[in-house]
Design a protein around this ligand. Structure first.
Ligand code: AMP
Length: 480
């Protein structure tokens, strides 16, 4: 089957060719002809199957000859998250690029005044999250009486996020005579009930989920101590050929900390989490998509469902608390037939969570032992111990030996992290201070990093005991 076979208008076919789409995906092949007839659809399909085009293409076809009226949209698409709504809007723009249809994105966090102005001018399609839509409706800024096509996308996620009562209220405001399409990755009883309530004689379409990221993504776990994580992460990043990467942290606070740390190390990096203003989130995503930022450090919610084909790597700085989240996270790479890699930093405390993930995927994540290009914290801390330089030089792999001196130093480091003033080491001589502040390449270093010159105690490197990392500058793949 080809897109030409559906009877879509030339401007739409032209846009599809420009988007590089050659053949319809299974959900598109089944849903587009049915949707073009105006029939209701109950689609059981996940993101990654091409389901967005299966409802936006027939919608564009049905609406492109009519005209938008002020405050009265002709089609409504409900999405559970702002990011998904924005992604659908992007699809809409892509497929409708040669037509004059208008759309508005009605999502929380964006300036309401601007959204109101757009609605006032009149839009054909409204792409909204349920909360903001209800808000606008209650303010009298929008009328639903002209909505002819209604899409509830990702219905099971709406359920998870507690939006179903809002969705029911919104559906109650729409004309009874309309086309409704409901898509959901899974069909729990609550969603079936919703479908019975909203859909009239729907065509049920179920498509196989896209190949699981568990099969398509080259996954590795890397064992490390809790204090080694940032250094190990940097080492892996430098050793990889990264196009775009997402690093996941479990907590928003840690997202900010990691971003600051990576920036200190000259990586091109930005944060994405739910506490950021919506416009900032959008701006960051845009920069990431355009390649102006190489690495996003993100929380789960902010990065769920992101569809950016250039993401070559996913890093789990923290092992996620829920095994499902692991699959969602690594699924941000290896999209649209490209290859992807994931690395998960695992500490002793994470063993149970990793076992749960491996059970869910029914396969073990292979372990990668990395050789560090920076001096590990533990090694650095052992400067104060009685071990010889030679034995340290020969042992650059990650270890978890914990001695008292190490933890004292680490506590000290934690307090010192991210201060803008260079740390003055009482016991450092001028050479050590110069190495600390400027590094071996003569470039100014960030003041707080775990550099051997920062370490109290005897420190002289000679012919035999110079660590490898001082002999050759570290590789910086994405550092700018
Ligand atoms: P979706 O499941 O709608 O989120 O789509 C997943 C990805 O597949 C998006 O990047 C789409 O742009 C892409 N896509 C959708 N339909 C096609 C198609 N027929 N051919 C190639 N790529 C497609």
């Amino acid at each position: 089957m080809k897109f030409d076979d559906f009877g879509l208008s030339d401007p739409i076919l032209k846009a599809l060719t420009e988007a590089g789409y050659e053949t319809p995906t299974p959900i598109q092949a089944e849903a587009i002809p049915v949707a073009l007839m105006g029939r209701d659809i109950l689609g059981c399909a996940q993101t990654g199957t091409g389901k967005t085009a299966s409802f936006t293409l027939p919608m564009i076809e049905a609406l492109h000859n009519g005209r938008a009226k002020a405050r009265m949209p002709r089609a409504l698409i409900l999405e559970p998250t702002r990011e998904l709504a924005a992604q659908v809007a992007e699809n809409f723009e892509k497929y409708g690029t040669h037509l004059k249809l208008s759309h508005a994105l009605l999502i929380g966090g964006e300036f309401m005044a601007e959204q109101m102005k757009t609605l006032e001018r009149g839009v054909d399609v409204l792409i909204a999250t349920p909360g903001r839509l209800m808000d606008m409706f209650e303010r009298g800024k929008i009328m639903m009486s002209d909505v002819k096509i209604f899409v509830i996308d990702e219905a099971d996620r709406m359920l998870d996020m507690g939006f179903i009562p809002d969705v029911e209220r919104i559906a109650g405001l729409l004309p009874r005579l309309r086309q409704t399409m409901l898509f959901s990755a899974t069909m729990p009883p609550e969603i079936k009930r919703l479908a019975d309530q909203f859909l009239m004689n729907p065509k049920s379409i179920t498509v196989a989920p896209p190949a699981s990221p568990a099969e398509t993504v080259d996954q590795k776990k890397v064992r490390c101590g809790p204090r080694d994580k940032r250094r190990i992460l940097r080492d892996i990043i430098r050793g990889e050929d990264i196009q775009n990467a997402i690093i996941f942290c479990n907590r928003k606070r840690d997202v900010d900390i990691l971003v600051r740390s990576l920036k200190q190390h000259k990586f091109s990096v930005a944060a994405l989490h739910g506490d950021m203003a919506q416009f900032k989130r959008m701006e960051t995503l845009d920069e990431f998509k355009k390649g102006q930022v190489d690495i996003l450090v993100a929380s789960d919610v902010a990065a769920r469902g992101l569809d950016i084909v250039t993401v070559s790597h996913v890093f789990n700085f923290d092992v996620p608390n829920h095994p499902d989240d692991y699959v969602h996270r690594i699924g941000r790479t290896g999209r649209a037939g490209r290859s992807g890699k994931s690395f998960t930093l695992v500490t002793e405390e994470d063993d149970k969570s990793v076992a749960a993930i491996e059970r869910l995927m029914a396969k073990e994540i292979p372990e990668l032992k990395i050789k560090s290009t920076e001096v590990p914290d533990k090694e650095a801390s052992s400067e104060t111990s009685s071990r010889s330089h030679k034995s340290r030089r020969n042992d650059q792999t990650v270890r978890s030996d914990k001695n008292q001196a190490s933890s004292q130093r680490q506590n000290h480091e934690t307090k010192r992290d991210f201060t803008s003033e260079p740390r003055v080491n009482n016991r450092s001589d001028s050479n050590r201070r110069r190495r600390r502040d400027f590094g071996d390449d003569g470039n100014r270093r960030t003041p707080w990093v775990e550099h051997p010159a920062d370490i109290p105690g005897p420190q002289s490197f000679g012919k035999d005991n110079t660590p490898a990392f001082l002999l050759r500058p570290g590789r910086r793949v994405v550092a700018k």
